[in-house]
Design a protein around this ligand. Sequence first.
Ligand code: PRP
Ligand code: URA
Length: 213
Amino acid sequence: MKNFENVTIFNHPLVNHKIAILRDEKTSMKEFRELIEEITTLMTFECLKEDVPTVECQVTTPLETCTQYKVKDDSIVIVPILRAGLGMVNGVHTLFPSAKVGHIGLYRNEETLEPCEYYCKLPEGIEDKLVLVIDPMLATGGSASDAITMIKKRGCKHIKFMGVIGAPEGVERLATDHPDVHIFVSTLDRCLNENGYILPGLGDAGDRLFGTK
Ligand code: PRP
Ligand code: URA
């Protein structure tokens, strides 16, 4: 895959360790859900490090009063792509508990692999916020690209995308469709199969999170 300025692939050994367990077909639904959350928190830590707004405050320690900085976390809106993105929301909330949540519902047509929209509810005032779009799987990139287009139509200018596993096809498409959006994925897999599944991947993230198959 060619290099894109707006793409960061983490490849962090501690995250990769968790992804190894996540991929395993024997991993239970409970463990899968917990791992997605933990990976998301670790990724958020890095992904938003340049965007954490802080407010000055005075703190009195047992010894003296000093100036400190606390996170002003309501300047971030989380937008999970349904369903699998829902599994990542708590992982972001661990670090940004006051972040509002918008929802975009998209499912892939199993034959065309084109995303179909079925739901969109975004918080008021989202246009002034940093919007963090989350979905564990970036396969063809169609769902993430369409979701970001919908968010841009609401006037949002500062958008980031965070996913766990990316296929080269999806990363390339998203980076090209939205060069102004920084894309973060934990790991880059080999390719897509003929049904649009990521190889080696982890299977269907929504089904594994919610036990639907
Ligand atoms: C999965 C996944 C992404 C999408 C990625 O959702 O969670 O949203 O596929 O594929 P793409 O990059 O080719 O668009 P799916 O459509 O299976 O819906 P679900 O989360 O409800 O299972
Ligand atoms: N969506 C998934 O959940 N998994 C894939 O491998 C591709 C799309």
